[in-house]
Design a protein around this ligand. Structure first.
Ligand code: B3K
Ligand code: ZN
Length: 863
């Protein structure tokens, strides 16, 4: 398979200035005419051919400076044009006509049809499926786009930028012309056409300019757009306030589409979203959905500066825009929580996700630095490493430089690079230069994969009243990186004593081993280190249970308070122990503490995920871990049954539904209490869950009750399943939840296996393999979110996985490749699981027609 390497980057030979597109939309035969001003690029040499990327296109004609041109070659991937006027030294005008077939396009890259409407997805390399082009992010051009379609079928015609004109054409056709004043790479191009309606608002931005905001959806979804609009407005104001960044277009549009490979896409002025991240009403969306919508809307909006105004030189630099934009959306969401404890809750959620998903990636066969050096298929590198670890790396700049220093770095970055396609080095240099800091060693975070480990050793000398701390860092080998250089690791720490008078400090761990001595420490302190998760590392610290309990009950850093509880639970679960009296007491006190945020209590009483527990083992027995974790949970459920019952009553949220941090935190705790009660005794508590299911006025409560019944195999679960389906039969996103809940149900004694259910669900009339959300709600939910059902000793889960990857791949390689990742960590598992997984991987590898996407994932897993 072909690999692309970061160090092989060459600037473009030619580049584009002005691009005119004329697109006549027809599902069976869309005619694309382009007229492009071509000029020499940075690597230009006289006589060099112009090589344009193109895929799955029917070529019609080529003209240069108005004349038919015959000197070209066509392959399935490229159009190579030779004998350019004056050896290409002068600007010339290239005109190409080609045809594509949107209705046949199931990959959802390029131009495709969803529910009868047209949409595009061009990042990373989808534009080449629309026309022949220099489809690379360092070619930035100005676009003027005319869309034509039959008015009856496509009354709405949208593209990037500002609307210039609309015209009636003969035979029931019409057209709209859009112009984007900002130069952009092709991956930010978008068009949307069809029967859509919008809500709109006009806002005034910081400079006093009026801007039109629109959210376009299918007509029946209009009533579900308010929350997305509020989120957009809040994002616009936040970016002005926190970073001084203003919306630069007269109009900003969001469009929702139900067939979409990922969450959303930041096309300039025309963001296209998976419906899942736009549509919400209390009756149909959970608190988690509301929060996700807010953060994805913010994320795509923030890309307007971090990604669009300043873009990436090449795809190896993806984290330049993604890590930074995730950091920005995390900070935004934290601020939206409205309190310090809310910010901590958001931080815990983000770290939990990082450790559940990114740590395994960083320890597996697909491990790569946040700036990868090699890829076969770029779509495989939109990873939790590039995004979430990338965000942690950006956060470390802020930790090292302070908020003001970070802002100075951002200001310099925009001052130097607005309108350019740049690299991660440029970002680092802006941060360093704006603050007069040497960040040379910090670069290792960009070049080295793997999660660093920091070993903590401490010693207290009561005679000298000295505390000694020794930190040792290491990082396990990852593919192509046997040896690692030391990282610059910022560690927030505090020594906690009964006087409670020592301040928080920031330690910079830069050497392999480093020691610190703290004087005048009156008594043996309890160490609180890596506070607020200041660095994305593993801590190897054999802290006593007594110290962990003390942190759990009183660390003033909420993250480490939570972390102490997680560590205690993790150690006990992995040692097959049940919670002891001391831990139970700590849990009880925490739950009863009136000062603590309900959302924090919910997080503190939620056990570490199985996927995180796996990473602590050298040989994983998934059934054993499931059983130990479940027994541990049941013990907490049973011993605190009275407390759970009280919390259930105390955390009701009467009055009209609000998706704010306070109410959603209460609902989270109340619904954890409900689930714990069913864990303790489904017979007694099922009626309360059924009642909640029936009277709920919002999806959070209805779904939580439903899920608790299904997960605990309670009586009444089946009635709920039937009721839920018929109640929401017309709401695709809610039906996705119905599928996903059944596929992610862990094993229940006395019930048939979840795999049997999943196989039935695949035959359900409402199941569609072509629709990514629906496919994910059944297949990915089972293979990636239901470890105890998936990892069966007889390999039946893995066989289902292999069949599903092979079935999805010819339809949609990106969705298939995502699923293929589910077996990444096969080498970590004990027998017989390991051999069974290997056999399933080999079965997929044997397919001769695999997409490059799946081929890369499977090849690296077996490699
Ligand atoms: N930039 C897009 C992701 C595109 C994925 C292409 N396979 C969404 C985002 O990160 O905002
Ligand atoms: Zn992004």
């Amino acid at each position: 398979p072909q690999s692309f390497r970061r160090l092989e980057y060459r600037p473009p030979v030619y580049t584009f200035d002005q691009v005119e597109l004329d697109i006549a939309l027809d599902p069976a035969r869309t005619i694309v005419k382009s007229k492009i001003e071509v000029i020499p690029g940075k690597s230009f040499e006289p006589g060099a051919p112009l090589v344009l990327a193109g895929q799955e296109l029917e070529f019609v004609s080529l003209r240069i400076n108005g004349e038919a041109h015959r000197h070209f070659e066509l392959t399935p991937e490229a159009l190579t044009i030779r004998s350019l006027p004056n050896e290409g030294k002068d600007q010339f005008v290239l005109e190409i006509i080609c045809i594509c077939v949107p209705e046949k396009n199931t990959t959802l890259m390029g131009l495709y049809v969803s529910n009868g409407n047209f949409f595009t997805q061009c990042e990373a390399e989808g534009f080449r499926k629309i026309t022949y082009f220099l489809d690379r992010p360092d070619v930035m051009a100005r676009y003027r786009v005319t869309l034509q379609a039959r008015e009856a079928e496509c009354p709405v015609l949208l593209s990037n930028g500002n609307l210039l004109k609309e015209e009636k054409l003969p035979n029931g056709w019409h057209s709209a012309t859009w112009e984007d004043p900002f130069p952009k790479p092709s991956y930010l191009f978008a068009l949307v056409a069809g029967k859509l309606e919008c809500i709109e608002e006009t806002i005034t931005t910081s400079s006093g300019a009026k801007k039109l905001l629109q959210i376009w959806v299918e007509p029946h979804d209009l009533k579900k757009t308010r929350h997305a609009m509020d989120s957009l407005i809040a994002s616009i104001h936040w970016d002005e306030k926190r970073f001084g960044l203003e919306l630069d277009l007269e109009r900003f549009m969001i469009v929702a589409v139900s067939d979409f490979n990922m969450g959303a896409m930041e096309n300039k002025g025309l963001n296209i979203f998976n419906t899942k991240f736009v549509l919400a009403q209390p009756e149909t969306a959970t608190d988690a959905d509301f929060a996700n919508i807010e953060s994805v809307v913010a994320h795509e909006y923030f890309h307007n500066w971090t990604g669009n105004r300043v873009t990436c030189q090449d795809w190896f630099q993806l984290s330049l825009k993604e890590g930074l934009t995730v950091f920005r959306d995390q900070e935004f969401s934290a601020d939206q929580m409205g309190s310090e404890s809310g910010r901590a809750v958001k931080r815990i959620e983000d770290v939990r996700l990082l450790r559940q998903l990114q740590f395994p990636e960083d320890a597996g066969p697909m491990a790569h630095p946040i700036r990868p050096d090699e890829y076969q298929e770029i779509n495989n590198f939109y990873t939790v490493t590039v995004y979430e670890k990338g965000s942690e790396v950006v956060r470390m700049y802020q930790t090292l430089l302070g908020r003001d220093g970070f802002r100075k770095g951002m200001d310099l970055y925009f001052k130097l690079h607005d309108g350019q396609a740049v690299t991660c080095d440029d970002f680092l240099a802006a941060m360093a230069d704006a603050n007069g800091k040497d960040l040379t060693q910090f670069r290792n975070w960009y070049s080295q994969a793997g999660t660093p480990r920091v070993k903590v050793e401490e010693m207290y000398d009561p005679a000298k009243k000295q505390y000694h701390l020794m930190l040792t860092q290491s990082c396990a080998p990852t593919p192509a990186q046997p040896e690692k250089k030391p990282f610059h690791i910022p560690l927030k720490m505090r020594l906690i004593t009964s006087a409670n008078d020592l301040p928080e400090q920031l330690l910079g761990l830069t050497e392999p081993t480093q020691s610190w001595t703290f004087d005048n420490i009156a008594e043996r302190p309890v160490l609180s280190i890596n506070r607020n998760f200041s660095a994305p590392i593993h801590l190897d610290f054999e802290q006593s249970e007594a110290d962990l309990l003390s942190l759990l009950s009183s660390d003033d850093d909420p993250f480490n308070r939570w972390e102490a509880g997680q560590k205690l639970a993790m150690q006990m679960i992995l040692n097959n122990r049940l919670p002891d009296a001391a831990l139970m007491n700590a849990y009880r006190n925490l739950l009863l503490d009136p000062e603590l945020d309900p959302a924090f209590k919910e997080l503190a009483l939620t056990l570490p995920a199985e996927s995180y527990l796996y990473e602590q083992c050298s040989s994983v027995d998934p059934q054993q871990i499931f059983t130990a974790r479940r027994a541990f949970r049941r013990e907490i459920a049973k011993q605190l049954q009275l407390e759970w019952a009280a919390l259930y009553q105390q955390n009701q949220t009467p009055g009209p539904f609000k998706s704010d941090a306070q109410d959603s935190g209460k609902r989270a705790l109340k619904n954890l209490a409900l689930s714990m009660l069913l864990e303790a005794d489904p017979k007694i508590w099922a009626p309360m869950a059924i009642n909640q299911y029936q009277i709920a006025d919002n999806m959070t409560d209805r779904y939580a009750a439903f899920a608790a019944l299904v997960i605990h195999g309670a009586k009444g679960a089946n009635d709920c399943l039937n009721d839920f389906f018929s109640r929401f039969a017309n709401d695709t996103l809610v039906i996705d939840k119905w599928f996903a809940l059944q596929s992610s149900r862990p094993p229940v004694d006395g019930l048939e296996s979840t795999l049997a259910d999943v196989k039935r669900l695949r035959e359900h009339p409402a199941f569609k393999l072509n629709n990514p959300n629906r496919a994910r709600s059944v297949i990915h939910a089972f293979c990636a979110n239901n470890p105890a059902s998936f990892h069966q000793a007889d390999g039946s889960g893995y066989a289902f996985w292999a069949e599903s990857v092979l079935a999805l791949d010819p339809i949609n390689p990106q969705v298939a490749a995502r699923l293929a990742r589910a077996l990444d960590r096969w080498r970590l598992f004990a027998q017989p699981y390991q051999s069974q997984m290997k056999a399933a991987l080999e079965r997929v590898a044997a397919c001769p027609t695999l997409s490059p996407d799946v081929r890369e994932v499977i090849g690296k897993a077996l490699g």
